[in-house]
Structures are given as C-alpha cells and as structure tokens.
Write a protein that binds this ligand. Structure first.
Ligand code: NAD
Ligand code: TYD
Length: 372
C-alpha cells in the first residue's frame, strides 16, 4: 500500500487537534505504517487533545502546542524533523464566528498560511537546496480548503468545478480564498510543489459542537431547540470525514503539483432534511427518550447574514485522475456519526464544560431565538 505514489516519511500536520485534522492523524497512522507525524496545533477553542486519545501508534505522533504564525517554531520543526510533507488544516473554520469577528480569520487563515509557505520555501529550496527536478518527488505542501471560496449557486447552476471563478461571500470564505491564492502563487513564482483540495461540508466524529450536525445531535439529546436558519432550504454537499481523509491521502500520494482538486460527497440535501433525518435516527436509536419525536424540537430562527444558498461539487477530476470516490451515503454517514456521539458522552462533556463554548451558545442562540 505505502509504495504507491510519491514517497512520504515525515509529515507536518497543522491543526491536527481539530475536527478534520485529528481524524486525519488517526487515519494516517493506520494507513501509512512508515510515516512519522508532527502535529502543530495552537489548541484554540476548536482544538483539543481529547481528539487524539486512542491513537493506533502514539510513538509515531509528536504533538507541538504552538501557532503556525510562530516562524521560528515552524522553521525549527521543519529542520529538526526533516519534514518532507506539510498537510495544512489549521484555520479558523466557523462562518458564524467570522461574521461576528473576522480579524482572527485574517491572522490565522491568511497570514498564518503565508508564514508556513515562506518557511517551507526557505527550508526546502534554500536550506536543503533541493534541485527543481527533484522537488516534486521529494516534498509537498498540501493545503486544505473549502468549496465556500466559489460562492453560492442558484438552483439550476451546475456544481462547482476546479475552473469555477472564486466569489467568496463570508469573511471565512474570503480568508480561505486568499490563502488558496497565496498557495498557488508560491507554485507559480517559486516552484514550491503544492496541491490544494477544495472540499465541501464535512461531518463525523470529533466535530466541534457549534457546526450544524453535532449541534443538532447534542441539542436534541438535551431537549434543546434545533435552530434552523431562515427557511432551512439551503443546500450543502455533505461528506463523511473518513472519505475526506482518504481523498487527501490520495492527493498527497498521487496528486500533481500545482493542481487543485474538488472533493465532495455527492449528497446535496436541504438543511431541514439533514436535521429531520438526524431526528429520525435519534428516535430509532433512543425510542424511550423524553424528547422523542425529536422533530418537535425544530425551531426556525433568524437567518445568517449573507447566507450562501447552495453548494455542490463536481468531483469528476479527482475521480477520473486519481480514482477517489466517496464511500458513505448520507444515511450511512449520519448513522455512524449519531452513534459516535451517543457513545462518547465524556467527549461531549469536555466541550460543553468550556467557558468559551457556553458563552458562544448564549450569545449566538439565545440572541437568534429572541430575534425570530
Ligand atoms: P476546526 O476548527 O475543527 O479545527 C481547526 C484546528 O486548527 C484547531 O485544532 C485549532 O486549534 C487549530 N488552529 C487554529 N488556529 C491555529 C494557529 N494559528 N496555529 C495552529 N493551529 C491553529 O476546523 P476543521 O473543521 O477541522 O477544518 C480544518 C480545515 O479544513 C480548515 O482549513 C477548514 O477551512 C477546512 N475545511 C473544513 C470543512 C468542514 O466542513 N469542517 C470543509 C472544507 C474545508
Ligand atoms: P455550518 O455547519 O455552520 O457550516 P457552513 O456554514 O460552513 O456551511 O452550517 C451548515 C448549514 O447549516 C448552513 O447552511 C447554516 C445552517 N445552520 C443552521 O441552520 N443552524 C445552525 O444552528 C447552524 C450552526 C447552521
């Protein structure tokens, strides 16, 4: 398995204590028995070492509590661990938070990505003096991005492809778009071997409770309202996080430097349908719940400002060129996800007990509910 594609030995994962990053750490330790991981994470409100418990081989995982903006630390890690592959997840990732306070999104998503790019360029091209003919085979900077850089689709528009023009609408999407442009520019200007994946909405284990799916599951379990923004007829292209990890790995091994790949789930339901499906699963798994039928908890609240209506991904390129395809239907993925949250009450409690989380819930949901 590990001899397929570009060799990979020492991998720096940024944001590896967050939702997708931690899933990728678990995944990579299983998938690639030779790889050594360095995980650099600032442990913001969204990151937790709880997500890294039970790793299959902890001896191949080195955790650094630090900021991607700390150039000295980043350079030291690259040098000390002879990093050949960077998988860059670290970001501020929640649209609602970016609307309330965009500054941190600029600092982490744009400036932080640039700090990493610049350090990688310095280390690989200058310090290690890897010659241009060998760069693509020996090193790789892989940037994790989002479908939100493409803006919003009208009902009859075709899905986003890799050539869809960028039109980001939220401060989050704009900051990710800027980081994508910087990554691309480092390839064109300096020849730094990069790849980018633009992925749709993920769901699965370890997702922070502020995002739609875990918020609905955990609110329903407590009999709290399930807040649907506006009419609930917005569309997202949901992808199970394990499928995303497999896509990233495929691109790391076989993706072409300088290329971007769209990744999506081939699942495009209305938000309200996702929430009702979650309620049905909870009714089935929890028939004696005091809150069943859980659909009765659904409550329409004030819409998000500038809310994108519809996202959908055309995943033909990654399928045809690299053979990746999602393996979970939405029904399977949601069942797995609800089951994981039901089986992990301590993990849920570790998030709920955070002051930041309690303040966020009070500020965001009580206010929205009052304004309905
Ligand atoms: P997350 O918010 O769960 O995790 C982000 C992680 O980055 C946290 O562990 C946090 O501590 C860390 N971090 C934040 N700022 C940092 C800094 N300055 N230095 C080091 N670490 C820092 O995010 P996620 O949902 O796992 O998303 C990961 C990446 O995937 C992001 O780049 C996001 O834009 C992208 N993405 C997410 C989705 C999704 O549906 N969640 C979809 C497509 C793309
Ligand atoms: P979210 O999980 O925040 O991801 P994103 O904004 O990156 O797509 O939201 C997914 C969809 O669910 C989005 O259309 C907003 C909507 N939503 C609600 O209706 N209620 C909620 O409480 C949340 C968090 C999101």
């Amino acid at each position: 398995m590990t001899d397929i594609g570009r060799p990979m030995q020492n991998v720096l994962i940024t944001g590896g204590a967050g939702f997708i990053g931690s899933n990728f750490v678990h995944f990579l330790l299983n998938r690639d028995p030779e790889v050594e991981i360095v995980n650099l994470d600032a442990l913001t409100y969204a990151g937790s070492t709880e997500n890294l418990k039970g790793l299959s081989d902890p001896s191949r995982h080195n955790f650094f509590h630090g900021d991607i903006n700390d150039r000295t630390l980043v350079e030291q890690i690259l040098r000390d661990h002879r990093i050949d592959t960077i998988v860059h997840f670290a970001a501020e990732s929640h649209v609602d938070r970016s609307i309330l306070g965009p500054e941190q999104f600029i600092q982490t998503n744009i400036v932080g990505t640039h700090t990493l790019l610049n350090a990688a360029r310095h280390f690989w091209l200058q310090e290690q003096s890897i010659v241009p003919e060998q760069l693509a085979q020996r090193v790789r900077f892989h940037h994790i991005s989002t479908d939100e850089v493409f803006g919003s689709l009208e009902p009859d528009d075709p899905p986003f492809s890799e050539s869809t023009p960028y039109a980001p609408n939220s401060p989050y999407a704009a900051s990710k778009a800027a980081s994508d442009h910087l990554v691309r520019a480092y390839w064109h200007t300096y020849g730094l071997p990069i790849t980018i994946t633009n992925c749709s909405n993920n769901y699965g284990p370890y997702q922070f409770l502020e995002k739609l799916i875990p918020l609905m599951i955990t609110n329903a379990l407590q009999g709290l309202p399930l807040p649907i923004y506006g009419d609930g007829l917005q569309v997202r292209d949901w992808l199970y996080v394990g499928d995303h990890c497999e896509a990233i790995w495929t691109v790391l091994r076989n993706g072409k430097p300088g290329e971007t790949y769209n990744v999506g789930g081939d699942n495009q339901p209305f938000n309200i349908t996702v929430v009702e499906t979650l309620c049905d699963i909870l009714d089935e798994l929890h028939p004696n719940s005091a809150y069943a039928p859980h659909k009765e908890l659904v409550q329409s609240v004030k819409d998000r400002p500038g809310h994108d209506r519809r996202y959908a991904m055309d995943i033909t390129k990654i399928h045809k060129e690299l053979g990746w395809t999602p393996t979970h239907s939405l029904a399977e993925g949601l069942m797995k996800t609800v089951t994981w949250y039901l089986n992990n009450p301590e993990w849920i409690e570790s998030i709920r007990s955070q002051e930041d989380y309690q303040n966020w819930m009070k500020k965001n949901y009580i206010k929205r509910g009052e304004e309905t």
